[in-house]
Design a protein around this ligand. Sequence first.
Ligand code: XMP
Length: 513
Amino acid sequence: KILILDFGSQYTQLIARRVREAQVYSELHPWDMTEAEIRAFNPSGIVLSGGPNSVYEDETPKAPDCVFELGIPVLGICYGMQTMAAQLGGAVETGHVREFGYAEIQSCGDSPLLRGIEDKEGGVLDVWMSHGDKVSGLPEGFHVICSNESTPIAGMADENRHFYALQFHPEVTHTHQGKAMLSRFVHDICGCAREWTMPHYIDEAVAHIREQVGDEEVILGLSGGVDSSVAAALLQRAIGAQLTCIFVDNGLLRLNEAEQVMEMFAGNLGVKVDHVDASEKFLSELAGVSDPEAKRKIIGREFVHVFQDEAERMPNAKWLAQGTIYPDVIESAGSKTKKAHTIKSHHNVGGLPDTLHLKLLEPLRDLFKDEVRELGVALGLPREMVYRHPFPGPGLGVRILGEVKKEYADLLRRADAIFIDELRASGWYDKTSQAFVVFLPVKSVGVMGDGRTYEWVVALRAVETQDFMTAHWAELPHALLAKVSNRIINEVRGINRVVYDVSGKPPATIEWE
Ligand code: XMP
C-alpha cells in the first residue's frame, strides 16, 4: 500500500484516487504524520503531494526525516519535489515567474519512471504545470529525468535510493501520460500488486465487520441516498441477521421514494427495515417557519428525536452504523488552516452518536465516492440507485422556499418526478450532476383553455459539477425544457409557470436555500 503525505495541494485527493485506480490501496495523511504512525502504516512507497507553500518560508512544512530513511521508494510531486530537493541538500529557486497550465517536456529516456512513456515521438510529454518555485540544484546522487526550457529540472531521480520527483502533476488528467507514470511508480518501482479490486475489498470488509461487531446488534439510519444504501447492503452481506435499518419518512421525500426504498431493501435484499412515518410531526414542527437555517435545524433536530426513539426500542443495539466516506474523513481530519465559512449547515453530520451511547461503525470510511458506487453495484444494488444524483438531508424542505406546507410538497414531488423522468428519457440525467425542481411560493397569472389561472411557479435547476463546490448550469436543449414545462403545467394542477435557473455557483448555490 501507498502512503500519500498531504502538503495541501488541491489535487492531493486525486493522487489517492489515481493510485487506487491502478488497483493499489492508498491512504492520504497530513504531512506532519509522526514517524511512529508512518512505520505502523508500513507503506511500500510514499508520495509527497504538492502544496501552496514555499520551501524557504518560516515554518514551512517538511516531510518527516524518516521518509528518506525507510529504504522505500519516494515520489515527490510539485511542492513534494521541492521539499525533497531542499531536505536532501539541493537548491530551490523561489519567487520566480509562475508557470501554470500545459507544457511540453522532454523525457531523458533512461529513468524507470518515464522510460518508454511519451505523447510524441522522442520522449515528448504533455504535462500540467502549476507552480511558482522550482528546483535549481540537484541533491547529491540525483540526475535530471525530464526538462524543458523554463524548467530545466522538471523531474529528477536517484535510482539507487529509489527517490523520484516531478515538478508537474501526473495525477491530473491534463497530464496525458500521468496514469502511466503513477502506475510505473506503484507497480514497477514500489512493487505493489494489483490487489485493490472490488471482490477482494468485499471479502476483506466483510471479515473486518464481522470481527469488529462480533455478535452485537447494529442500527443504521437508511436515507435512500447512495452512501447509506451501500453501507446497508454491505452490512447485510456481513452481519445481516444483526442489522436493523431505520428509515424515516419526514414528509419531504421525493415521489414514491419510501416505497422504492422499502421494496429494494426490505423486499429484494431482505434487510430488516423499521419504516417510521414521521411526516406529520415534521410538517407540524415546520409550520410557520420560513428561515432556511431555522428549517434545517428543525429537520435535523426532529430526525434525531425520531431516530433516538426508535433506537431506544432496540436495547440490544450496541453499534450505530454511518455512511461516512473517505472524503468526509479527510475533510474532518483536515488541515487546521482550511477553515471554511458556514454557508449552510449540513445537518446530517455528527449529532447522533454521543446521545445514544452507541459505538460508531463506519464501513465505507476508506472509500471514495466512485468506489462506493462500484461497491454498491457489486453488492447487487441497481445502477439507477447507485448513480443517483445527490439529495440533501433536509430533502424538499430546502426546495420549497420559505414556509413548508404539505400542499407545496405534494405539487413539488410531482413536478420533480416529471423533470427527472424526462432527463432520464433524453439521456441527460447522467450528463448532469444534480437536477431538481424548486417550488416558489409565488402565484402568477396564466390562461388555460378559455379561463384565467392564478397559480404557483416552479423553477428547474440542473447543474454540472465535479466537486459541488463550483458548478455550471446545464445547457439543456430547449426542446427538452419545453417538454418538461408542458408536462408539468398540463399534469400538475396548481402550477401554471415553469422557469429555468441559469445561475452558476458561485455566486448562487446549487440548492435555493
Ligand atoms: P449548495 O446548495 O450548498 O449544495 O451549493 C452543494 C451540495 O450539497 C447539497 N446540500 C446538502 N446536503 N444537507 C445535505 O446533506 C444539507 O443541508 C444540504 N444543503 C445542500 C446540495 O444538494 C448539493 O449537492
